[in-house]
Design a protein around this ligand. Sequence first.
Ligand SMILES: *Cc1c(COP(=O)(O)O)cnc(C)c1O
Length: 386
Amino acid sequence: MIYLDYQSTTPVDKRVLEKMLPYFSEKFANVHSNHFFGEEVKDDVENARHEIAVTINAEDKEIIFTSGATESNNIALKGIFNYYKNKKNHIISSTIEHKCVLESLKYLETNCNAEITLINPDKNGIISPDKIEAAIKTNTLMISIMAVNNEIGTIQDLEAIGKIAKKYDVLFHSDAAQAIGKIDIDVKKFGIDLLSISGHKIYGPKGIGALYVSTSPKRIRLVPLFSGGGQERNFRSGTLPVPLCVGIGEAIKIAQSEMQQDNENALNLRNLFLEILCKNLKGVHVNGSLEHRVPQNLNLAFEGIESESLIFALEDIALTSVSACSSEKLESSYVLHAIGVPDELSHASFRISFGRFSTKDEVIYTADKIIKVVNNLRSISPLWNN
Ligand SMILES: *Cc1c(COP(=O)(O)O)cnc(C)c1O
């Protein structure tokens, strides 16, 4: 079996797992207890927090542990809105955000009188900072733009967006679940006030994430989603899951220190894969900009096929079709729709993502098998007449 779907999740790195294991048994204490047992693990959780902070150039106290990027995004959007809504109620975001951002915004719009503007990217998948600037109004509270897209891997110009946010005194949140370990993020330099991080996208465990909430130059306030014991600066109540905290800390440390080598490996594999495919098949399209995208991602369309059939026929290779199958009809990806990919090509698209443990052999095997399957599918396809 070959796994080429690292953007939906990653396996826990063995080094991360090793580091986590003692905290399930011997070091089981509640970090919020003041006795010896609690103190012992407290340092380890704080070290993990520090690893997250240094990776994005934040202060330790600006990092809040959450259950994942979904929760971080919910806190960032709903928590900020609820705190500041009487002053400003307009949020600018984009049409290619992750569902947890789009659904949070829809919730605020439907139930809380929020005014939402979603910016469409260009055909390359890039969100223009100029369009964001043009959308700013006197009641604009926040801009929320993802760092790296999960379907097409495109990288947004966070620094330019941060400058605009600062110019108009608007808060800036970014979903960086797909960016950590792939691009450098400096929250101070980029002018980011809130940043969402996920453990399981960076070879850490599932069920843990982090939210950076700036304390300077502006001290950001928010209304927490959970009522409880007031942990995590009262932004996120609940007993910290120590093994998971230690895990995400180790994962982010490795992801940052091995970023160059991870990126080089992914880029070599992606180039090889594309080269084999384009040499052997006609009608191959890359969705979104190849240049402004992380090396781990490729989103391709093959004319004349349905990606569902391709993925089904690939049996022992895990990729993801970007057209999510809803109950009856085949719905095409909203991200591909937003960058103007026509429906028939969207249905012929899939995402492949290379990761830390991907090998040349896997990539060659996959490319060869895709060529065979695509040729087979095309030979029986009414959509293909070349
Ligand atoms: C995976 C992902 C999320 C959700 O993260 P979880 O930790 O699984 O909740 C949010 N945004 C993006 C861009 C993602 O890729």
